[in-house]
Design a protein around this ligand. Structure first.
Ligand code: 6GU
Length: 248
């Protein structure tokens, strides 16, 4: 999978060199390229923002640099109408991190992990001129999704993009060594939160591991773990429960 990131803070993305995703990049499973939006400015101050039309607080990111950056990544949008047979444009999903977007979910991450190509446009200030997003959506093969991490406000899209890239990248086949470990997680399979986990020693600081886990009775262990999932989900995330389980 190829992932392009456009930002005025490319140095934010240095952490993508480490841990599981760093390894996936070295192995060629993920081709992540970070681009500096200011490379597409043409004034001495490398200006990327301006005051909003209609007034109001804050600054808006100018369309010019964004348009050029996307032209470079996706090819000029103007199609030559010389009648020659054209290759169908390869599909690209542009993700615009924004607190005004649709909520990001594990389901969305699973769908995006199947794409060949993602572009993250990281805005700062009060956001990007809306025409950048509207114009990008008219490019052949391009789908634009404005996506939010949750109901709180970050200073820019960088940290949000990083979180989404980690959630998506680990679902790309081969990135996580043991794919079974992906099935048992919170927000996967039955949609319940994960059960609590324990490892050696069996007693630590006076606290014992639940004895059932030492019993060797795998049927009983599975039942206990499912009950723990239900209990935890009822307690902290009742909104995730199917109605029948919530009522039990
Ligand atoms: Cl995706 N961007 C910003 N700037 N703030 C957010 C967010 C995204 N998701 C939640 N808050």
């Amino acid at each position: 999978m190829r992932i392009d990131i456009v930002s005025i803070f490319p140095e934010f993305f240095g952490v993508l060199d480490v841990s599981l995703l760093g390894k996936a990049r070295q192995q060629g499973l993920l081709d992540v390229r970070v681009h500096d939006l200011r490379d597409h400015t043409h004034d001495r101050h490398r200006t990327v923002d301006d005051t909003p039309y209609g007034g109001g607080a804050g600054m808006v990111m100018k369309p010019g640099p964004w348009g050029e950056a996307l032209d470079d990544l996706l090819g000029e949008s103007e199609t030559e109408s010389d009648g020659a047979a054209q290759e169908p444009a390869p599909r690209v999903v542009i993700i615009v991190p924004s607190p005004a977007g649709r909520p990001f979910t594990q389901k969305e991450a699973r769908a995006l992990a199947l794409e060949d190509r993602l572009v993250f446009t990281c805005g700062r200030y009060e956001g990007i001129d809306q025409r950048v997003i509207d114009h990008a959506a008219t490019r052949p093969g391009v789908e634009v999704r404005e996506i939010s991490l949750g109901d709180y406000v970050l200073n820019g899209g960088e940290v949000a993009a990083m979180a989404m890239i980690e959630a998506i990248g680990r679902l790309v086949p081969g990135v996580v060594g043991n794919p079974e470990s992906l099935d048992q997680e919170s927000h996967e399979g039955d949609g319940l939160l994960e059960y609590p986990s324990y490892t050696k020693p069996a007693e630590w600081r006076g606290l014992a591991v639940p004895p059932i886990l030492l019993s060797g009775n795998h049927g009983a262990i599975d039942a206990w773990r499912h009950e723990q999932q239900l209990e935890r989900t009822r307690r902290v995330r009742p909104d995730l429960l199917p109605d029948a389980d919530a009522a039990e």
